[in-house]
Design a protein around this ligand. Sequence first.
Ligand code: SF4
Ligand code: MSK
Length: 629
Amino acid sequence: MSKQPTPAKELTIWEDAQKMIEKARRDGVETVWDRFAQQQPGCKFCELGLTCKNCNMGPCRISLKENGKMQRGVCGADGDVIVARNFGRFVAGGAAGHSDHGRDLIEVLEAIIEGRAPDYKITDEKKLRTVAAELGISTEGRETIPIAEDLVEACFADFGSRKKELGFVCRVPEVRQEIWRKYKVMPRGVDREIAEMMHRTHMGCDNDAVSTMLHSAKTALADGWGGSMIGTELSDIIFGVPTPAKSQVNLGVIKVDMVNVLVHGHNPVVSEMVLAAARDPQMLAQAKKAGAAGINIGGLCCTGNELLGRQGIPMAGNHLMTELAIVTGAVEAVVVDYQCIMPSMVQVAACYHTKFITTADKARFTGATHISFNTATAAQQASEIIEMAIEAYAVRDQSRVEIPVAPVDVVTGFSNEALLNMLGGSLDPLLDAIKDGSIRGVVAIVGCNNPKFQHDSQNVGLAKELIKRDILVLATGCITTAAGKAGLLVPEGSEMAGPGLKKICSALHIPPVLHFGSCVDNSRVIHLCGLIANALGVDISDLPVWGASPEWYSEKAVAIGLYCVASGIPVHIGTPPQITGSKLVTDIALNGLEELFGAAFLVEPDYAQAAEKMDERIIAKRLALGLSA
Ligand code: SF4
Ligand code: MSK
């Protein structure tokens, strides 16, 4: 007898997702939850981190011998070394993803300067000058282009191996920099730390788990204060700094009478052009000629977040909604760049009339339509993409269309600049609110979904639990759509907050959860922590702040978590990474890092318990700063 599928209500908390899971089942479409079930039970050795395939004497896996001792790999590596090496490579993978994204933005800025990217421009010259000045580039009396040239050089140099410290380390409190120097984790060059991690974890190199873990922290710091920060800052310079604006979220943003194009991935370079093409009157006329009311650009995951923050486009969904968005039957094209794009989307798209269009040569998908995107011809290529979508609209089968819910309003587009602006140009009102306890602490929740949890149950549960305790939440990445659907991204959401936070939200007319951008934009969070710590004359680890990623899944999430921890921000995660096969490595993650960096990981699968433990630490930090609990 075949097993009954799990009821959709148990898989996700959202009505739009539940309805689309049921439709997917009717339409014979396999989803992430089906494949997750097929994969159970997972490999225990891998879950513990105790498998190694770093050389061809293996693969090896470590278990207990009959005498109670742990086995060793063929080369003699013990479980601690194998777990630490696997973890180090996991972090390097995440740091590489973010940082290569950052490098792509430097190349676009360089192409703009050299006249090779006619469809792009420097949108925020003020930010260009501010960032350049921070990095020691002279700006006084100079034209924009020479400053931009120097900035490009400075950013490229941060990827190399000639520097002793990354440029944006200037944003880190001096006392924290001293800690990094003391433990030799000061990040030097983004590519250098990642390459060194791959070298260290080759057979016969770094065979000391503690040493490998320290280099993992250094690699993560090169991501946070290097690759990711460059990605954020240059995106702001090229496309503009996010400013608060209204938008909408959930599958209801897909319109039954429009040509729907969803942008997915992380880098705004392609999606900004697709949006511009969709707004072109010529394209609109073509769409109307095809019988559509217009062209609708919706976001998925972090490319969506980039455009949501800067352009206010609506968000169709987060990580686990990406397949389900296509299942509505009303999506003409999904245009992707890179990262977090499930390979299965090619197959899901093939079940409908949806074009699945890849644009990055480094992220090809078998079976997809590939357009090798080039900044020299960006506008023209974006128009081709929109034309393909309009053609697809003509063959859409309206009888298969189901838009499950009405959209929900959100306010989006917060950034450090927007925050400062709202506060009248100074951090003082925020500091005063923290000091008087109206805002007792700040927690950045980093998105992600993972089918190991009921979709978004932990993300939303934790956010609600925190704001109730007068803790301001900053949302990055995939929690954005979840928080929006839960009504937390509008000022009225402060009805769910404690009295102090509610008072601040009412005064500033802001939501209790502030959308702070994509997962790369966690660099905004560490920058903000650096600004607050410097303003108070303390270290980041003295602040009543946390990071959290209750439903994390990706290598990038671990890199983010580790750069936060090494920067002094403790991080809650809902499931452990694959390290629990080593007591030593697990102890470093949960306790040892606290001794070195004043922050460590908290693993807690229950959001209510997590909020309680996070609050305990916030109280301790507040008391240590001489503030009321
Ligand atoms: Fe086995 Fe050592 Fe080779 Fe890893 S490096 S596969 S533990 S022999
Ligand atoms: S897309 S890394 S699932 S936040 Fe940035 Fe979402 Fe996590 Fe990917």
